[in-house]
Design a binder for this molecule. Structure first.
Ligand code: GAR
Length: 195
């Protein structure tokens, strides 16, 4: 049976678009059944609609706290019961309660070589540390931020004169293929024991 993905994002949505296109082109044996944004009117939502994907907005600013936002997110996801919840530039910290409800089925991409630089401003931190390489990691989400088991990583060189923007772009250029490769592993079940 073709496995289903719900993709959660907050903005531009380039990872979402790459994953949706990989599904549409049968590069990935999966189907995107829902794209959720926690912000209205994003480029990512337009990109999802252009692809005729079902979209939903769960606007975090309308909720009093993380728990009530996550409950609304859970309700929206429960309506489609995805096999995998794919965080693609989703800039919200999920509660432990939510993570438990979807245990082992939430995947995230993070723009650093985890365990280095969990959290925000990863590229600025890599440049400030004088690192010679950066990268991205796809991992299973656990209740600890950016700390779950890594499924796949890509390394990217840092060049002299790099800015956060040039480095972010070089990493992003590799993120799409990395995410598709990691999802292929999950879908084939190779990584389920780690989940
Ligand atoms: C990507 O670089 C992704 O790794 C990062 O946000 C960007 C989203 O780009 N995610 C995080 O920082 C999560 N902590 P996109 O909207 O074009 O996919």
């Amino acid at each position: 049976m073709t496995q289903t993905l719900a993709i959660l994002m907050s903005g531009r949505g380039s990872n979402m678009a790459a994953i949706a296109d990989a599904c549409a082109n049968a590069v990935l044996d999966a189907r995107v059944t829902l794209v959720i944004s926690n912000r209205p009117n994003t480029a990512g939502l337009s990109a999802a609609r252009q692809r005729a994907l079902q979209t939903a907005v769960v606007d975090h600013t309308l909720f009093d706290d993380r728990q009530s936002f996550d409950r609304a997110l859970h309700k929206t996801l429960s309506a489609v019961q995805p096999d995998w919840i794919v965080l693609a530039g989703f800039m919200r910290i999920l509660t432990a309660e939510f993570v438990d409800l979807w245990h082992g089925r939430i995947i995230n991409i993070h723009p650093s070589l985890l365990p280095k630089y969990p959290g925000l401003n990863t590229h600025a931190r890599a440049l400030a540390a004088g690192d010679s390489k950066a990268g991205a990691s796809v991992h299973i989400v656990t209740s600890e931020l950016d700390a779950g088991p890594v499924i796949a990583q890509v390394h990217v060189p840092i060049h002299p004169g790099d800015t956060t923007e040039s480095l972010a772009q070089r990493v992003l250029d590799q993120e799409h293929a990395l995410y598709i490769k990691a999802l292929q592993l999950c879908i084939k079940g190779l990584d389920k024991p780690a989940c």
